[in-house]
Design a protein around this ligand. Structure first.
Ligand SMILES: NC(=O)c1ccc[n+]([C@@H]2O[C@H](COP(=O)([O-])OP(=O)(O)OC[C@H]3O[C@@H](n4cnc5c(N)ncnc54)[C@H](O)[C@@H]3O)[C@@H](O)[C@H]2O)c1
Length: 298
């Protein structure tokens, strides 16, 4: 015996569904357009971009068509200048500006310099950060203070100064910051670093709420284990605690923790940051996106 459904859909079967007025999909006018017009030259500041993930982001944004201000601390001035040359060779404008992101007046100088050299600011990538491997009960007041000065105050200084500039320009913008997978689940011996990245995630959500009316979106990226100078240090210091040889800890973590089975490279991260800075993420705000090859699942 066969049982056949009549060839009609649910809404055809129930006339009352057909008469329900369509709910307008139009958002209030201030919500409709977040994007910075792509007709204008787009400019970005990338902090901590003399090396590592920040350098990769700066180069990727230059390839995407941005003019890019490179920032780092004085000790990395010469490698920052090398990144500037690489970007100029791609046909984009670039210059390097030394500033410590933990110092508000230096960040104000950075934003002013970028606007006067490159034009209106469309994107701020607050990438600079530091890590330290130390047991919670061994932390000094200074350890905790410096971690939060760079990783938390640094992001606040960059977000707030860039936001004020973008609001004065009146065309919205993009604020993006470096969090980490430890913003979701801390690593032992990286406790104050983990707490600082939780703060970046929280501040990203809070800024997203208050910046929405100015057409500024605010998102963060959360890398996993990326083979940069920062992980060289973490590998070495964790090895001192456990007796592992240099390079063994990152290899062990990569093999045992990462579903995709390899250590991340900066380009894994910069591709996602390109998306967060670009038009295709215009309807996203307050998010922290994990790029870790499958260590934690959100
Ligand atoms: N490497 C990883 O596995 C990993 C994982 C998760 C998150 N992150 C985050 O990504 C960001 C970049 O990390 P990375 O691996 O490229 O590190 P890195 O140490 O290779 O590069 C960081 C850069 O930031 C600069 N910097 C440090 N303090 C600064 C300050 N006060 N002002 C301006 N610049 C400063 C450094 O000089 C350096 O050039 C950091 O915020 C880091 O916490 C890295």
């Amino acid at each position: 015996m066969s049982f056949r459904l009549p060839a009609r859909t649910l809404w055809q079967a129930s006339p009352k569904f057909a008469t329900i007025p369509r709910i307008s999909s139009q958002a209030p006018s201030w919500r409709r357009h977040y994007a910075v017009s792509t007709d204008e030259t787009r400019t970005a500041i990338v902090t901590g971009s003399a090396r590592g993930i920040g350098k990769s982001i700066a180069l990727r944004l230059a390839q995407d068509g941005y003019d890019v201000c490179i920032n780092d601390i004085e000790a990395n001035k010469s490698i920052a200048d090398d990144v500037v040359k690489e970007i100029q060779s791609l046909g984009r404008k670039s210059f390097a500006y030394t500033a410590d992101v933990s110092n508000l007046s230096e960040v104000q100088g950075l934003v002013q310099a970028s606007v006067s050299e490159l034009g209106p600011l469309t994107t701020m990538v607050a990438n600079a950060g530091i890590a330290q491997v130390k047991a919670l009960l061994d932390l000094t007041e200074q350890d905790l203070k410096r971690m939060f000065e760079v990783n938390v105050y640094g992001v606040y200084n960059c977000y707030s100064t860039a936001a004020k500039q973008m609001i004065s320009q009146g065309h919205g913008g993009k604020l993006v910051a470096a969090a980490s997978i430890v913003a979701f689940k801390p690593f032992a011996l990286l406790a104050h670093y983990s707490a600082s990245k939780w703060a970046v995630r929280g501040m990203t959500q809070a800024f997203a709420m208050e910046m929405a009316e100015h057409k500024i979106t605010v998102n963060a990226y959360a890398p996993g284990i990326v083979g940069t100078a920062m992980w060289d240090l973490i590998d070495e210091k964790l090895g001192e605690k456990t007796g592992a040889k240099k390079g063994d800890t990152i290899t062990k973590y990569s093999n045992e923790l990462i579903a995709l089975g390899r250590t991340s490279v900066p380009e894994d991260v910069s591709g996602v940051v390109s998306f967060l800075c670009g038009k295709d993420s215009d309807y996203m705000t307050g998010q922290t996106i994990v790029i870790d090859g499958g260590i934690i699942f959100t």
